[in-house]
Ligand binder design. Structure first.
Ligand SMILES: Nc1ncnc2c1ncn2[C@@H]1O[C@H](COP(=O)(O)OP(=O)(O)OP(=O)(O)O)[C@@H](O)[C@H]1O
Length: 464
């Protein structure tokens, strides 16, 4: 909810009420507004009146949601409004300069960060329950405007359109690609960047941003949770805020999995979220027809499968455990070769396996509690056959990161090979279908960069 506070008077009174420190500012006895909660400020002049507006999104004390606050000073009594504006900006600037920030232009709007180039925003109008454009206008655009965030919006026509844009955008023309969709489009953009002839330069020069408008939104949930910015009722706003508060020199480096199947070893797939098999993949694939329900489609299908009796899948899971003796690897044996003897091999029945590169599998499902975006590890989330009540207890606990009983475990691994022995079923990569059969993966640590920051230094909005 927007609140507008204003204090008026002559400049001396106005500035006397404004108290500035490196942590933030307060005015007329108000509580401290932290610089890290501000996203931008605008300065306007008319004749002898100057108005300075700061846009802040502090957390609500009880709910933890970030809510917009507009703080405005209108200060008159000056011969020359420019002189008034200079006074106000000088006050903010002095703090910014002491924190090493670049100087602010004393005229016109003063953005919170000087972004050299616009971001390309790709919005999938069909993602989630089909309301992405509406959500963007209602929740994202106002935050981008407050921060003077430069962007070019493209409402995509199709998956091919997304691929074509991500493959052809010149690397020095944008400061990143922001995806307004679900996890599927993040996967497509990352794969398009990594399949470019200039892939290495492309992933270094074109970071990605994510604004959640899909049904699962596991990628953005994991990143926001890592930054301490996850709020289930305000995911889209918190993601947009993290986007506009990113610093070009302190982006998140994110692991990318290299996924091979017997038919694609020379052109592997790239994964940022998960490869799933068994129950999780079945729920994901079979709930597609209930897209209109948004994220609720997963719960609906899970309940249905639980009541009908969960299917058992026999499989062989081999993995290189993530102990300190096992360093990162950058290739795997062919499928006609056995895995190295240092690997652990499990052959048994499973309900499901999720090879995860993130903490979350959905907004409300977070089985990994020690996730780091660039730790180079898979978490093999395994669920073994058990009674219905054990399953329900275990699965609901795992959703909150609690692993109890022996029907569920999370194994940390540097690489894995999964060979389904039960014929027929679904296999999904980042929530998108892939061919059913043997699959193996290793990790390129921190391969893509993400336009997000929840850990800003404290400095004034006008001088960041
Ligand atoms: N106009 C479009 N632009 C881009 N993709 C589209 C479009 N229409 C349909 N799609 C399909 O949307 C898929 C990507 O959707 P995405 O996975 O991002 O959202 P979601 O399925 O709602 O979210 P989640 O994966 O979190 O459940 C693509 O695989 C693509 O085939």
């Amino acid at each position: 909810m927007a609140s507008v506070d204003s204090s008026s008077g002559d400049v001396n009174n106005g500035l006397a009420k404004l108290s500035i420190s490196t942590a933030g500012f307060s005015y007329a006895g108000s509580e401290l507004i932290r610089w890290s909660d501000t996203v931008g400020c605008h300065c306007e002049r008319s004749r002898s009146v100057c108005s300075l507006t700061v846009f802040a999104y502090p957390r609500h004390r009880r709910s933890g949601k970030r809510e917009r606050r507009v703080i405005r000073w209108q200060i008159g009594g000056f011969q020359d409004a420019k002189e008034c504006q200079l006074h106000l900006l000088a006050a903010l600037k002095s703090v910014g300069n002491s924190a090493g920030a670049p100087p602010v232009e004393p005229d016109g709007p003063c953005p919170s960060v000087t972004w050299p180039k616009p971001c390309l925003i790709l919005l999938n109008p069909r993602s989630g329950s089909g309301k992405a454009y509406d959500l963007f206008l209602r929740h994202v655009n106002p935050i981008l405007a407050d921060a003077d965030f430069p962007y070019q919006l493209v409402v995509t026509r199709s998956l091919d359109h997304v691929r074509e844009l991500s493959t052809s955008v010149p690397i020095d023309s944008v400061s990143g690609i922001v995806i307004v969709s679900g996890d599927g489009l993040v996967y497509e953009v990352v794969n398009s960047l990594l399949n470019r002839p200039d892939a290495e330069a492309a992933v270094r020069s074109i970071p990605i941003g994510v604004v959640p408008a899909g049904s699962g939104n596991a990628v953005v949930s994991s990143l926001l949770n890592y930054l301490g910015e996850f709020h289930p009722d305000n995911l889209i706003q918190h993601a947009a805020l993290s986007l506009v508060k990113h610093r070009p020199d302190s982006l998140i480096n994110l692991d990318v999995g290299v996924i091979q199947t017997p038919t694609n070893t020379d052109r592997p797939l790239h994964c940022v979220l998960s490869v799933t098999w068994g129950l999780i993949a079945d729920v994901d694939a079979e709930s597609e027809r209930f897209r209109i329900l948004g994220g609720a489609r997963f719960g609906l299908l899970l309940t249905k499968k639980c009541l009908a009796g969960i299917k058992r899948y026999r499989g062989r899971l081999s993995y290189l455990p993530a102990d300190p003796a096992n360093q990162l690897i950058d290739s795997l044996p062919n499928f006609d070769q056995p895995v190295p003897t240092s690997w652990t091999v499990l052959e048994r029945d499973f309900y499901t396996i999720g090879a995860l590169l993130m903490s979350h599998l959905a907004e409300d499902f977070c089985p990994v509690t020690d996730w780091q975006p660039d730790d180079g590890l898979w978490r093999l989330f395994c669920v073994y056959p058990c009674s219905r009540s054990q399953f329900l207890r275990g699965f609901t606990g795992a959703a909150k990161g609690r692993l109890e009983g022996d029907s569920i475990e999370v194994i940390r691994a540097r690489a894995f090979r999964l060979e389904p022995l039960t014929p027929g079923g679904h296999m999904m990569i980042d929530g998108e279908p892939m061919s059913y059969g043997p699959v193996q993966g290793w990790v390129m640590p921190g391969k893509v960069r993400v336009l997000m920051s929840g850990k800003c230094q404290d400095m004034p909005a006008g001088d960041k």
